[in-house]
Design a protein. Structure first.
Lengths: 243, 269, 237
C-alpha cells in the first residue's frame, strides 16, 4: 500500500452505508490515490454507484469516516459527477455548461472562457447553440462531460458514462477522461466494461456484495485477480452471494 | 419575462389613470334608473354643466343603501322611501329629496292564466294570481321593487312567501334577470314601468295591471353624510342633487323617452 | 331571425366597425386581466415552486388548501375584496373601490391559486428529474428555483394561460369591486351581464362571441410565441 500522507486523496475508514434498512456498503477500507484513473468494478448491486455517490457527497456514510486529504494551502476538494443517464437541461448546449458553473459565481468573462474551453475539449463547438435535449446520446454524454470539466474539479466522478453508447461515442468519452487524467485531475470511474477498465485504469477497486474485496494496480488485477469473486466476474461467471 | 416586466410597468398607469380624473362622483343607484338608460342620458348633460363625471354603480336599492352606509358612494338615488328616511335619520345621509316617480306594473304572458288583464285593483289581481296558483316571480333581493311588492301582498292579505318555491318564486336577482326568468317561465312579475319599456326580451308578454295609485314608485336622492364619511365629495355630490332637482334637471328627466314613451316623471318640490 | 344568428351578425358588425365602446371595454378587459395574471405569476410561480420542492410539516395541508382555492367562486373573492377596499374596510382610505386597480386585485386573488397549484405540480415533477444533478452541482435553493422555473417555462406558460382564462371570463368578482361603471370599470363580462339584464340577449351573446374570439387569439399568440422561441432554440442545430 502507498503511504496515505503524501499520495492519498481520500480514505474510507470502516465506512458503511445503509438505506431503508438495506446495507449497501459494509466496512469499506480504501485509500484513493491522488493521481490517475481509479476504476470501481463489480457485479450489479455490489455497491459501485453508492461508493461513487459517497465520494460526491450525494450520500453520507451511515457509519465510519470518509476523509479527504488536502495538501496544506489548498481549498476544499471539488468534485464533478457525470451520471449514466445525464440530466440535460431544457436549454442550449452552451447554456447547459454555463448553468453548471453558475454556483461558482465566476466573473462573466472567466465563465465564458470556461464554457468555450469545455466545448472545445469535448468537441461540441459546432453544437454550441443547439438545444441540449435534441442531441444524440453520445453528444449528450459529451455535454455532461463538458459541464463537469467546466467546473475544473479536483475529482471527476464517472458513473458508467458509456453504458448505453456506441463504440465511437464510447471512445470519445474515454479520450476526454484520459486527457483529464493527464492534466492531473483525479478520475474515479464506475464501469461494467472490462475492456474499458483495461484501457483506462491505473488501479481497480473490486466490490462484491457491498464489500471491497480487492484493490490492486490495474495490470495485477486483470492478470491475476486475488479474490474468487473477481476471478468469477472476469471469467464471466455469475456468483450468488448471500448477504 | 420581458412581457411581464412591461405589464407591471403599466400597473401604475391604470391606477393613476383612474385617480387623475378627480372631478367625479360615485352614484349608488338602482338597476331601473341605469338599465332604462336614464342615467346614461343625464350624465353627459350634467358633465357639460359642471365638468363633473357621474360614475354610476347600479345595484338593487337594498345593496345601494348598504354600500352607501359603508361610505362607498357620494350620492344615493333609490326608490324605497321609508328606508331612505331611516338612512337619513341614522345619520348616513344629509337630506332626502323627491326627484321623480314612475309606476309599477304587473306584467305577464299573453294567455293570462290568472285572468287579471285589465283588473284595476292591484290587491284583487294578486288574490287572483294566488288563487289560480299561477307562477309569480319575485325579485327576492331587498330591492325597492321587492319591498314594494311585499307591501302589496300584505295589502292583499296573502302570505305569498309561505308558498315560496311553489307558484311563488324568488329569484334573488336584479330586475333584468328577473324579467328574463319571468318571460322564460311564463310567469307574472312586478316591475317598474321604465325597466319594462326599455327591456328588449319580452316575447308575447304585456302589461296586465297598471294605474292603481298604490303602484306609485317614488325615487329619492340623498347626499351621503360627509360627517360620517369624510372622503365624501359633498360639494360635487350636492351639485348633482341641486342640478337634478332644478328646473333644468327636471326638464331633462321628462325629456327622456324610449319608444316615444316618457319613463320618469319629475316631481321635486 | 333567431337570437343566435342575430348575435353572430351583431358580433361581426361590432368587430368590423371597431365600435368605440367595444374597443374601450375590450382594452380594459385585457389590461385588467393581463395585469392580474402578471402579478399572480410574479407571486404564484415562486410560491408554487417552493411548495413543489421544499419539504416541511404542513406541506400536504397547504397543497390541499391551494387546490381547494382553485375552485373559489369569483363572487366570494369579489365580496372579500369589497369588504377590504370599502371605505368602511381596512384599506378604505386608499379609495380603490370601483377602480380598475380593485378589479386587478380581485382577479389576482382568483388567478393566484391556479398559477401556484399548476406550477407546484410542474416544478415538483421537474425537481424529481433534476434533483440529483442539481445536488451534484452544490446548487442552493435560489439557484434551484431559478433553474426549475426556467426549464419548466413551457408548462408554466400553460399555467399562466389557464389563469388568464379564468380572469378574463369571470364576472362575479369584477362586478362587485368594479361596479360596472361605464368608461371606468366596464369590461367584457360585466357588459355582457348588463346587456342580459336589459334583455338584449343578442347583444349580450355577440359580446360573448367577441370575448371567446379574444381568448382564442390570446391562446394562439402564446402558442406562436412559444413555437418561435423553440425555433430560435433549434436554429443553431
Amino acid at each position: 500500500m502507498l503511504a496515505p500522507e503524501t499520495t492519498a486523496l481520500a480514505s474510507f475508514r470502516s465506512v458503511s452505508y445503509a438505506s431503508a434498512g438495506d446495507r449497501l456498503l459494509s466496512d469499506i477500507e480504501l485509500t484513493i490515490a491522488r493521481q490517475g484513473i481509479t476504476t470501481i468494478m463489480g457485479p450489479n448491486g455490489a455497491g459501485k454507484s453508492t461508493l461513487l455517490r459517497l465520494l460526491a457527497g450525494l450520500l453520507r456514510p451511515t457509519s465510519g469516516t470518509l476523509t479527504w486529504h488536502r495538501p496544506a494551502g489548498t481549498g476544499q476538494i471539488e468534485t464533478a459527477f457525470v451520471f449514466q443517464r445525464p440530466v440535460i437541461l431544457r436549454r442550449t448546449v452552451s447554456a447547459n455548461i454555463r448553468h453548471a458553473i453558475s454556483p461558482l459565481k465566476l466573473p462573466d468573462a472567466q465563465a465564458s472562457r470556461r464554457v468555450d474551453a469545455a466545448l472545445s475539449d469535448c468537441s461540441l463547438e459546432h453544437l454550441r447553440d443547439a438545444p441540449g435535449r435534441r442531441l444524440s446520446g453520445g453528444e449528450q454524454q459529451r455535454l455532461a462531460m463538458a459541464r463537469a470539466l467546466a467546473r475544473q474539479p479536483d475529482v471527476l466522478l464517472l458513473d458508467e458514462p458509456t453504458a448505453s453508447l456506441d463504440p465511437a461515442a464510447t471512445n470519445a468519452i474515454e479520450q476526454i477522461a484520459l486527457a483529464c487524467a493527464d492534466k492531473a485531475t483525479k478520475v474515479v470511474l464506475v464501469t461494467h466494461d472490462a475492456g474499458q477498465a483495461r484501457r483506462l485504469s491505473n488501479d481497480v477497486i473490486f466490490l462484491n456484495a457491498g464489500r471491497a474485496v480487492e484493490h490492486s494496480p490495474a495490470a495485477a488485477f486483470f492478470n491475476q485477480p486475488l479474490s474468487q469473486p473477481a476471478r468469477d466476474y472476469l471469467a464471466g461467471r455469475i456468483t450468488i452471494t448471500d448477504t | 419575462m420581458k412581457l411581464l416586466v412591461a405589464l407591471i410597468c403599466i400597473l401604475p398607469l391604470v391606477a393613476t389613470g383612474a385617480a387623475a380624473q378627480d372631478r367625479f362622483i360615485i352614484l349608488q343607484s338602482t338597476t331601473s334608473t341605469a338599465n332604462s338608460g336614464l342615467l346614461d342620458y343625464l350624465a353627459p348633460k350634467f358633465k357639460d354643466k359642471t365638468g363633473i363625471d357621474l360614475r354610476v354603480v347600479a345595484v338593487g336599492t337594498g345593496q345601494a343603501l348598504k354600500n352607501a352606509r359603508n361610505g362607498d358612494g357620494d350620492v344615493l338615488l333609490v326608490h324605497a322611501k321609508q328606508r331612505e328616511e331611516k338612512f337619513v335619520a341614522d345619520g348616513f345621509g344629509t337630506k332626502r329629496h323627491d326627484v321623480m316617480y314612475n309606476d309599477f306594473v304587473i306584467v305577464g304572458p299573453d294567455d293570462d292564466p290568472a285572468d287579471i288583464a285589465g283588473v284595476y285593483d292591484i290587491t284583487v289581481a294578486l288574490k287572483k294570481i294566488s288563487a289560480a296558483k299561477s307562477p309569480f316571480v319575485s325579485r327576492g333581493d331587498e330591492s325597492g321593487t321587492h319591498i314594494t311588492e311585499r307591501g302589496l301582498w300584505k295589502l292583499a292579505g296573502i302570505d305569498a312567501a309561505a308558498d315560496s318555491g311553489t307558484w311563488y318564486r324568488e329569484t334573488g336577482s336584479g330586475m333584468g334577470a328577473t324579467l328574463n326568468i319571468a318571460t322564460g317561465m311564463r310567469a307574472y312579475t312586478l316591475t317598474d314601468r321604465a325597466t319594462w319599456i326599455a327591456f328588449a326580451n319580452k316575447p308575447d308578454f304585456r302589461i296586465m295591471v297598471e294605474g292603481d295609485k298604490r303602484l306609485f314608485n317614488q325615487y329619492g336622492i340623498i347626499l351621503v353624510n360627509q360627517q360620517r364619511h369624510p372622503h365624501v365629495k359633498a360639494a360635487e355630490g350636492q351639485a348633482f342633487i341641486d342640478w337634478l332637482i332644478s328646473p333644468e334637471g327636471q326638464l331633462a328627466i321628462s325629456a327622456y323617452k324610449r319608444d316615444g314613451q316618457q319613463l320618469f316623471f319629475p316631481n321635486a318640490n | 331571425m333567431s337570437e343566435a344568428t342575430q348575435a353572430l351578425y351583431l358580433a361581426v358588425e361590432l368587430v368590423i366597425s371597431m365600435d368605440a365602446g367595444l374597443v374601450e371595454i375590450v382594452l380594459l378587459s385585457l389590461q385588467v386581466s393581463l395585469l392580474a395574471v402578471a402579478v399572480a405569476c410574479a407571486i404564484g410561480l415562486p410560491l408554487g415552486a417552493l411548495l413543489g420542492i421544499a419539504r416541511f410539516r404542513g406541506r400536504r395541508l397547504l397543497i390541499s388548501i391551494n387546490n381547494a382555492l382553485m375552485g373559489l367562486p369569483p363572487v366570494v373573492v369579489g365580496l372579500a375584496v369589497y369588504l377590504m377596499l370599502s371605505r368602511s374596510g381596512p384599506f378604505g382610505v386608499f379609495g380603490l373601490l370601483y377602480t380598475p386597480t380593485a378589479m386587478i386585485i380581485a382577479q389576482t386573488l382568483l388567478v393566484l391559486p391556479i398559477v401556484a397549484a399548476l406550477s407546484r405540480q410542474t416544478i415538483e415533477d421537474l425537481n424529481a428529474e433534476y434533483d440529483e444533478y442539481l445536488r451534484s452541482l452544490d446548487m442552493r435553493l435560489a439557484g434551484r428555483l431559478k433553474t426549475l422555473l426556467w426549464d419548466g417555462r413551457a408548462s408554466l406558460a400553460t399555467a399562466a394561460i389557464a389563469g388568464l382564462g379564468r380572469a378574463i371570463a369571470e364576472v362575479g368578482a369584477v362586478i362587485i369591486v368594479g361596479g360596472n361603471i361605464d368608461h371606468v370599470t366596464r369590461v367584457m363580462t360585466t357588459a355582457i351581464a348588463l346587456e342580459t339584464s336589459k334583455g338584449d340577449l343578442a347583444l349580450a351573446l355577440a359580446l360573448g362571441l367577441v370575448l371567446v374570439t379574444i381568448a382564442l387569439a390570446l391562446n394562439a399568440a402564446v402558442e406562436i410565441l412559444r413555437a418561435g422561441a423553440e425555433r430560435k432554440l433549434h436554429a443553431g442545430a
